[in-house]
Design a binder for this molecule. Structure first.
Ligand SMILES: [Zn+2]
Length: 211
């Protein structure tokens, strides 16, 4: 990427592609000239339409490309899929990767799951329910950044988890345990009813249930 004169490395972080709404300030006119989908007002280049920003560092032009169809933004009340990217005693940070049906959003969103939102009963640490790297079905409580998430619903929970011991995918056994088929380790999570990897009940063709 070309060096931008008079712009510190830190300042350049502002100029990454992202979803913007009409009127949102993008930069100063001295930084980038207004291109398609933008206008200048009140000392800022602003988005003229809902879309994705594109900063051309060579031509020093910023433009906003319209999002075709409906922009896909997670909203309050939506059930989404997120990956746990950071975890502390009372807080897990999730990267929201897709909606409930697995379709991606226009942009990247981060959500916070606080220990008080893990369960209707008392939970001491978030790790009683989710762990690093888990794919989790969560509901959005508040859709302004950072998104507030909740697990307080029977249909919410971990849908895919890896063994903390060996990294193998944990399988939900018929007894309801999460067990690692590789090393035999048993772990605890708050799983969603549609956890992805389940031990198959032997299909009922009588007599074919041999192991
Ligand atoms: Zn394992």
């Amino acid at each position: 990427m070309q060096e931008v004169k008079g712009m510190s490395g830190k300042g350049k972080e502002r100029f990454v592609s992202r979803l913007v709404t009409p009127g949102e300030p993008l930069c100063a006119p001295e930084e980038f000239m207004p291109g398609p989908g933008t206008y200048t007002d009140d000392g800022h280049v602003r988005a003229a339409q809902l879309g994705i920003t594109s900063y051309d560092f060579k031509a020093r032009v910023v433009s906003v490309k319209p999002v075709t169809g409906h922009p896909r933004v997670p909203r309050t009340g939506d059930v989404v899929l997120g990956v746990v990217v950071n975890i502390r005693d009372e807080l897990a940070t999730l990267k929201i990767v897709a909606d409930e049906k697995g379709e991606n959003y226009s942009g990247t969103y981060t959500g916070i799951l606080h220990v008080s939102q893990v369960s209707t009963r008392y939970v001491k640490v978030v790790e009683e329910a989710v762990k690093m790297g888990d794919l989790v079905k969560v509901k959005i409580l508040r859709d302004s950044a950072p998104y507030q998430l909740t697990l307080k619903d029977a249909r919410l929970g971990v849908v895919a988890a890896a063994c903390s011991n060996c990294g193998g995918l944990l399988v939900k056994t018929l007894a309801g345990q999460l067990k690692c088929p590789r090393c035999g380790s048993v772990e605890r999570r708050k799983t969603a009813p549609d956890y992805l990897f389940v031990e198959r009940r032997r299909r009922g063709r009588r007599g074919s249930g041999k192991r």
